[in-house]
Design a protein around this ligand. Structure first.
Ligand code: NDP
Ligand code: GDR
Length: 329
């Protein structure tokens, strides 16, 4: 039985990845931060096979202890301050967790080791935010980085240090440069979920407007369930490498808004949407679209969920959840 440790187990991707690995027969361990993390119960209920171990990406000692306990074959480092807007408010914390946190996990792996025949394999959750003010379109593994936020800068460090540990110490370390991926489990702070939740509430008469920031940026949006499969595939190869994972399509925020309202039967979204400067960022990433041909050719990875399906699934889910809340009073 293979053993895997997931940091960021309580996040969107951590939960999908844990389910995927459990379905493949892995024994899965999850790093849980905080002394009374309210999300622990959610993991126990959703994926009871997962064993939670206490630790934090800012505490190397805890990471060493967790890796000693889990004895993993594979470590997936998904933990981060992942909300770009928050990284402008708390840049130092972001650098410490999203950036230096990667170094600490790599060091913990080096300290604990793993058997010589079976060294620990490492996955780093890199991001299309590293491309930022893009130098070319579409973006590939070779596109230079130009991050536009403290989050993007921290991810560039995490990416580079992963490559450096692979080259310096021969670690089986892979970096997945994943473009935006969303789902019914997406946090409500991100624009897609903020939109689909508001659409559901407006449809049910629980809310009458949706305040958003910049509606022009374009993103390459896929479904998280497809993307966690790419993470696993990277660690099953003979050689470690870095891969872009994306759909190759790009859509403006306002297109997502329009499609989400239409799914709920509302054709004129402009009546409900108010542009609020508070949600604008000091520097914006205007256009992202990835070229995943390397992942498709080498990993055999293909996305299954289309943009339309993604929007429809999220809206339908939020309509169901909000309707249930209403009927429960
Ligand atoms: P989430 O924000 O949903 O999850 C982040 C996770 O990190 C949570 O489990 C959180 O724990 C944990 N965490 C935060 N701080 C610490 C800490 N100090 N120590 C330990 N754990 C911590 O992110 P996603 O699931 O969406 O993304 C997973 C990873 O992939 C992240 O690194 C993100 O930056 C990256 N990424 C995401 C993309 C996307 O579109 N979703 C695209 C590209 C990269 P808690 O819940 O307890 O706060
Ligand atoms: P992003 O996701 O910054 O791409 O990072 P987010 O959904 O936060 O923003 C996408 C775009 O929408 C614009 N926007 C708004 N965003 C939010 N959150 N709220 C608003 O009200 C709003 N109005 C407009 C933003 O300006 C932006 O252009 C996500 C995260 O998951 C990262 O961790 C990950 O690395 C990248 O995707 C790839």
């Amino acid at each position: 039985m293979k053993r895997a440790l997931i940091t960021g187990i309580t996040g969107q991707d951590g939960r999908y990845l844990a389910e995927l690995l459990v379905s493949k027969g892995y024994q899965v361990f999850g790093l849980l931060k905080g002394q009374a993390n309210p999300k622990a119960q959610m993991i126990h209920t959703e994926i009871p096979q997962v064993e939670l171990l206490a630790g934090d990406l800012t505490d190397l000692t805890s990471l060493v202890r967790v890796i000693e306990t889990a004895q993993p074959d594979e470590v997936y480092n998904l933990a981060a301050i992942s909300f770009v807007a928050m990284s402008f408010q708390q840049p130092e914390l972001t650098a410490n967790i999203t950036g230096l946190g990667v170094l600490r996990v790599l060091e913990a792996i080096r300290i604990v080791g793993g058997s010589q025949n079976n060294p620990i394999r490492f996955y780093q959750a890199s991001s299309s935010e590293m491309f930022g003010k893009v130098r070319e379109t579409p973006q590939t593994e070779m596109t230079p980085f130009h991050p536009r936020s403290p989050y993007g800068c921290a991810k560039v460090f995490g990416h580079d240090i992963t490559v450096n540990y692979r080259e310096s110490y021969g670690l089986f370390a892979c970096s997945g440069i994943l473009f935006n991926h969303e789902s019914e489990r997406r946090g409500h702070e991100f624009v897609t979920r903020k939109i689909t939740n508001a659409v559901a509430r407006i449809k049910l008469g629980l809310q009458n407007e949706l305040a958003l920031g910049n509606l022009e940026p374009q993103r390459d949006w896929g479904h998280a369930e497809d993307y966690v499969e790419a993470m696993w595939l990277m660690l099953q190869q003979d050689e470690p490498d870095d891969y872009v994972v994306a759909t190759g399509e790009t859509h403006a925020v306002k297109e997502f808004v329009d499609k989400a309202f239409r799914r709920a039967g509302i054709d004129d979204y402009e009546q409900y949407v108010r542009v609020d400067p508070r949600f604008f960022r000091p520097a914006e990433v205007d256009l992202l679209v990835g070229d995943a041909s390397k992942a498709e050719a080498k990993l055999g990875w293909h996305r299954r969920v289309s943009f339309d399906d993604l929007v429809h699934r999220m809206v339908d889910h939020d309509l169901k959840v909000e309707s249930e809340l209403v009927s429960r009073g």
